[in-house]
Design a protein around this ligand. Structure first.
Ligand SMILES: C[S@@+](CC[C@H](N)C(=O)[O-])C[C@H]1O[C@@H](n2cnc3c(N)ncnc32)[C@H](O)[C@@H]1O
Length: 230
């Protein structure tokens, strides 16, 4: 059973990242359920799956899994921000739901973290890997390295659904590009944008392949990729 029973306890607004549409309770739950349905459609997520929510924040996707499925075999949320993981662990963890804090470096969210990268999962153990608005805040050294870790983490038929800013005919990687997108980007890695070819070269080098690409429909104009092992 959940540590907190229904009605569902939702994270306070100050913890919700990723755009204005995640701040209202109804919209917050709706985006999460919608993503769980897309994970089912695009990546084969079922109640028997292991799901890694990398950069889970406060556990938005866990709310969606709970609303849509009740629970699955293993939902695992991982993040570099201890206060978010602590909230999620207290309020959303339970059978089939767990959260792990990793003290690794990200210049925006955990600048003093370790340079030793991890996605906190055993090789070949993840059926569905989800990274929403994580590569949108990542440098161009960590990105290819984490794509390799995703490839290692995926089970043989596994899929990864990730979002990021990609455009044609732009610099390979750029931080906070002026005049781009709906926001006035502030601070380190607020928006990291890739040239599409550059990002897909990283995907290829990680021995991953693109299963699906949807341009520009995600938060603040990010694009969606579904990736699989090659
Ligand atoms: C914009 S938030 C998105 C949160 C969540 N995925 C969602 O859609 O609600 C980006 C998250 O990625 C996390 N993050 C950044 N780098 C990370 C890393 N190397 N490992 C794990 N989490 C990371 C941040 O701490 C932050 O919670």
């Amino acid at each position: 059973m959940f540590k907190k029973k229904t009605p569902l306890v939702l994270p306070p607004g100050k913890f919700r990242m990723g755009g204005a549409h995640f701040k209202d309770d109804t919209a917050f739950i709706a985006t999460a359920v919608n993503d769980v349905k897309r994970l089912a459609d695009y990546c084969g997520l079922t109640t028997a799956s292991s799901l890694l929510d990398w950069g889970c924040g406060v556990g938005r996707l866990a709310v969606g899994v709970r609303e849509h499925f009740g629970h699955i075999r293993d939902y695992h949320g991982v993040d570099v921000q201890p206060e978010l993981i602590s909230w999620a662990d207290k309020n959303l963890a339970g059978p089939g739901f767990r959260f792990t804090y990793v003290d690794v470096s990200n210049e925006r969210y955990n600048p003093d973290g370790s340079p030793e990268r991890t996605v906190a999962s055993d090789p070949g153990s993840v059926d569905v890997f989800y990274a929403y608005s994580v590569f949108s805040h990542m440098n161009d050294v960590d990105t290819p390295a984490y794509l390799k870790l995703i490839e290692q983490a995926l089970s043989p038929g596994g899929r990864a659904m990730v979002t990021c800013f990609v455009e044609e005919d732009v610099a390979g990687w750029e931080e906070n590009p002026a005049g781009y997108g709906p926001l006035d980007w502030q601070g380190r890695l607020h928006c990291t944008r890739f040239a599409r070819e550059h990002f897909e070269n990283h995907v290829n080098a990680a021995r991953l392949a693109v299963d699906r690409f949807e341009y520009g429909q995600e938060t603040d104009g990010q694009s969606l990729y579904v990736l699989r092992k090659r």
